[in-house]
Design a protein around this ligand. Sequence first.
Ligand SMILES: NC(=O)c1ccc[n+]([C@@H]2O[C@H](COP(=O)([O-])OP(=O)(O)OC[C@H]3O[C@@H](n4cnc5c(N)ncnc54)[C@H](OP(=O)(O)O)[C@@H]3O)[C@@H](O)[C@H]2O)c1
Length: 229
Amino acid sequence: MKYIFITGVNRGIGFFLTKELLKRGHSIIGTYRKASDNNYLQKLKSTFPKTLNLTCLDVKAIEEDELTRYLNSFKAVDILINNAGILDCGNVPFEKLQIDDLLHSIEVNTLGPMKITQLLLPKLSESANPRVFHMTSQMGSIADNQSGGYYFYRISKASLNMFNKSFSQDYPNIPSIVIHPGWVRTDMGGNHAPISPEIAAINISDLILTADNLSSGNFYNYKGEILPW
Ligand SMILES: NC(=O)c1ccc[n+]([C@@H]2O[C@H](COP(=O)([O-])OP(=O)(O)OC[C@H]3O[C@@H](n4cnc5c(N)ncnc54)[C@H](OP(=O)(O)O)[C@@H]3O)[C@@H](O)[C@H]2O)c1
């Protein structure tokens, strides 16, 4: 059984990934942003009362001391999954963009995962086999950008990818990779996405739990194939 810390577990990929990993016998420390009246999450908690641990966390406004205190009730964290993210401003044409609003996407998609990784370092270091995964997007690939637009999302995910690369060089004992989960039917992915969140959760769980074959610092899709930067 591994102790797995996941952000944004109240809906979307984070929720189904949590459910899948619990079903596989792992212990989850899951975070959600808003004080929860989320029935699905409460129901999951009642099915897995001992292995689902929940705490409130806004990745844009992390109460660092509070999170550290909470983490101290766990001996170690084996796997960190920075999942929470936003797709802000959609495909607004460049001339209409409020450029300063980019900061919001950077705060949630880049600085949040960086801070959480930093705060979890002591607990990851206590694990015999620690791993870090960041949910990025193929839209953060510069090489793959053939349609333009989505400035805030693309820039914030490309920044996350670069953070991951540096971290992987600096912490060779904590392998870390960025994952593109595919185009998934969630609030963010929309109704036309071809992959259900249940299948995405199975794909990502398989990848994460067999990650010994993956090389740290790289950019993978959910099939374990390397994506271009
Ligand atoms: N769906 C896709 O096709 C797709 C493709 C590529 C990459 N991804 C990436 O996969 C991850 C999950 O996406 P998704 O499709 O599940 O998105 P989603 O359905 O929109 O869910 C986003 C999750 O992130 C949380 N979140 C947003 N802002 C937050 C904040 N400031 N603090 C804490 N939590 C926050 C949300 O919580 P609230 O309910 O409180 O807002 C929610 O739990 C994201 O990083 C996304 O970029 C998704």
